[in-house]
Ligand binder design. Structure first.
Ligand SMILES: CC(C)(COP(=O)(O)OP(=O)(O)OC[C@H]1O[C@@H](n2cnc3c(N)ncnc32)[C@H](O)[C@@H]1OP(=O)(O)O)[C@@H](O)C(=O)NCCC(=O)NCCS
Length: 206
């Protein structure tokens, strides 16, 4: 598939609204106002994937000060529940991956991989030291239902060992991110992930 990756422009916002509703479960979709807030706050970290000029994937980010690893911070807190104009710090040292999604009909074809390459390239060009993502765990609820005697920590161990499949975590492991720790109440209303997230960090330079 012929895909162009480029930074968002204002005219892409309408497509972003459509894609957000197609790609995310209803309870975690960002409002149009939040998408506009992300674009206006840090357009240099907001990328779109286009197929024949149609938006088929998008990834947003912000700059933060790398949080102390002894206190894991939820996505909701790091982003003020998705309003990054309240949390973006241009003078920070860490690119925080705010959101990524791809149209359901063209998943597992490498579109998110290209969007993440673009975000990491932006982080290197900005001279940032870290990239941080709080990944959703959409396979966790099903895993806990099927394995009622174990907890989410076992799920992460199984995913890292390849004994359970969690595409989003696997994607970031392939990019060299390392799991830092589980975050309860990571993103409100993310029922598929049982409200857990996984903090994953990549060190970009010494
Ligand atoms: C997560 C998401 C963005 C991945 O997009 P994508 O374009 O399908 O991802 P890619 O094709 O680049 O795949 C990257 C890696 O992710 C994993 N992966 C993606 N889809 C997978 C699937 N259906 N089954 C197993 N692994 C999968 C694989 O490790 C894959 O690498 P590989 O192709 O070398 O096997 C997409 O599924 C999505 O939009 N989901 C809904 C929104 C969401 O949950 N976003 C993540 C928030 S943290």
């Amino acid at each position: 598939m012929d895909i162009e990756i480029r930074n968002f422009i204002e005219a892409d916002i309408a497509g972003a609204n459509r894609l957000e509703r197609e790609a995310w479960p209803e309870d975690v979709q960002a409002s149009s106002e939040k998408l506009i807030d992300r674009y206006h706050t840090f357009a240099a970290g907001f990328f779109g994937a286009f197929s024949s000029n149609r938006l088929v994937g998008m990834a947003s980010s912000q700059i933060i000060i790398h949080p102390d690893e002894s206190r894991l911070v939820s996505w909701a807190e790091l982003t003020a529940d998705g309003w990054i104009s309240k949390t973006h710090k241009a003078s920070g040292n860490c690119l925080h991956f705010v959101s990524i999604c791809v149209e359901p009909g063209i998943r597992h074809l490498g579109v998110a991989t290209r969007l993440n390459e673009a975000r990491l390239q932006a982080a290197y060009e900005l001279g940032l030291k870290y990239a941080l993502t709080d990944t959703r765990l959409p396979g966790l609820r099903g895993y806990l239902e099927a394995n009622p005697d174990v907890g989410p920590e076992q799920y992460i161990e199984d995913v890292i060992a390849g004994a359970a499949s969690e595409p989003v975590v696997e994607m970031y492991l392939k990019f060299g991110f390392q799991a830092v720790g589980l975050i309860p109440n990571c993103m409100s209303a993310d029922a598929e992930s049982s409200n857990y997230g996984l903090a994953m960090l990549k060190v970009l330079r010494p």
